[in-house]
Design a protein around this ligand. Structure first.
Ligand SMILES: Cc1cc2nc3c(=O)[nH]c(=O)nc-3n(C[C@H](O)[C@H](O)[C@H](O)COP(=O)(O)O)c2cc1C
Length: 373
């Protein structure tokens, strides 16, 4: 099966198979951004479960605090990431990498900072923040870094057609909306060196009226490849623009239709977003770039994932909720023990836990217990 064949990320990192765990916030970090034994245990389960690359939940690059998100914005966090990387490498042949992100302010009062509110000084400070965090990841012994350019966060908001800035960082021209992203890639690459694996996650489509579509994401992907990124991971949606407001709560970008496209529920078809990753892969190949493309979203079984790989639509499969449900999914299927896999029902209870700031786990664990190897 192609699913269990190795693949190289642009000659910089070899993965033992085509199954990666895409980032998933666990709500297991402390409120001041530190890891906990429970968080380390969770990632060790993924590593032992057989996925080739574990992408860690979004980690803040932002100066200052970031609530319950992990942080790489200060040197004090390096030893915690190093402890995890060392354990993964000592006990398994999996690779582990953080997804790093910057986000804008949001408050219960309903206030939400937008790209138009940022001063030029704040924009110019961004590349250094990303570069410093990525450098710390390398120092910690992590295998790669993924730049989070998707969903509702700062860089996706710059890339979006909703970016109405009047200066060279926004407006109708995609070239301007890509400027900050490009400056970040250049700065991060300089910080981590040419030999280090650096990828990004982008939206294939924002799924909001007036937002970016494949027309824009294909150009964004080509720009990322041109600037030397080693893989592109494709996701979708997750926007504030169509989010549903609950009185007294902070606006949650995964509550509207675009949010559903990001984590497709059971009522959406299987592999619903793969055509986006396929479109991006085609655009990259047409432009002469061979870097691998990761696609994710509602691929419950090895048959579905294998079909996607065989069709050539993507190079690597991202399996988030299936692995969240049973971290040993790859190992069990590879060993012919598919009947032992605890199967994700795509009920999105995990997503609600994440949105409610409570520990993220599969709701089935309560009745059926935590899956064992
Ligand atoms: C609880 C939860 C947390 C998530 N956190 C992140 C995140 O931090 N960064 C990100 O890019 N995607 C995040 N995602 C999206 C997943 O990486 C993935 O793209 C999505 O769940 C679709 O894949 P799946 O159908 O295999 O679950 C999260 C998803 C879930 C369910």
């Amino acid at each position: 099966m192609m699913l269990f064949e190795p693949i190289s990320l642009n000659g910089k990192l070899t993965l033992k198979n085509r199954i990666v765990m895409p980032p998933a916030v666990t709500r297991l970090a402390t409120t001041d951004g530190h890891t906990t034994p429970e968080l380390i245990d969770r990632y060790m389960m993924y590593a032992h479960g057989g996925a080739s690359l574990i992408l860690m939940e979004a980690v803040s690059v932002k100066r200052g605090t970031a609530g319950q998100l992990l942080r790489l914005n200060e040197d004090q966090f390096i030893p915690e990431f190093k402890e995890l990387a060392d354990r993964v490498h000592a006990e398994t042949d999996a690779k582990i990498a953080p997804q790093i992100l910057h986000f804008m302010k949001i408050a219960r009062s309903g206030y939400r900072q937008k790209v138009e509110d940022l001063t030029l000084e704040e924009i110019k400070d961004q590349p250094a923040q990303w570069a410093e965090a990525a450098y710390r990841a390398r120092e910690a012994g992590l295998d790669a870094v993924e730049l989070h350019f998707a969903h509702a966060y700062t860089i996706a908001s710059f890339l979006s057609r909703y970016n109405k800035r009047k200066d060279e960082y926004g407006g109708a021209k995609l070239e301007n909306r890509m400027r900050l992203m490009s400056e970040i890639i250049v700065a991060v690459r300089k910080a981590v060196g040419d030999d280090f694996c650096l990828g990004c996650r982008i939206n294939g489509d924002e799924f909001t009226l007036g937002g970016n579509t494949l027309l824009h994401s294909t150009q964004i992907a080509v720009q990322c490849a041109k600037l030397g990124l080693d893989y592109i991971s494709v996701t979708a949606g997750g926007k504030f623009e169509d989010a549903v407001l609950t009185e007294g709560e902070v606006l949650d970008p995964y509550t509207g239709y675009s949010g559903n496209r990001s984590m497709p529920p059971v009522w959406m078809p299987e592999k619903v977003n793969i055509y986006l990753a396929a479109g991006i892969k085609k655009a990259l190949r047409d432009a002469g770039y061979t870097i691998p493309v990761i696609g994710a979203g509602r691929m419950p079984t090895p048959d579905v994932a294998e079909g996607v790989l065989q069709s050539g639509d993507v190079d690597i499969i991202g399996l988030c909720r299936p692995l969240l449900c049973d971290p040993y999914w790859p190992k069990k299927y590879q060993e012919g023990r598919g009947k032992d896999v605890l199967k994700c029902t795509y009920c999105n209870s995990c997503r609600e836990m994440e949105g409610g700031f409570v520990t993220v786990e599969c709701i089935q664990w309560k009745k059926k217990g935590v899956p064992q190897p």
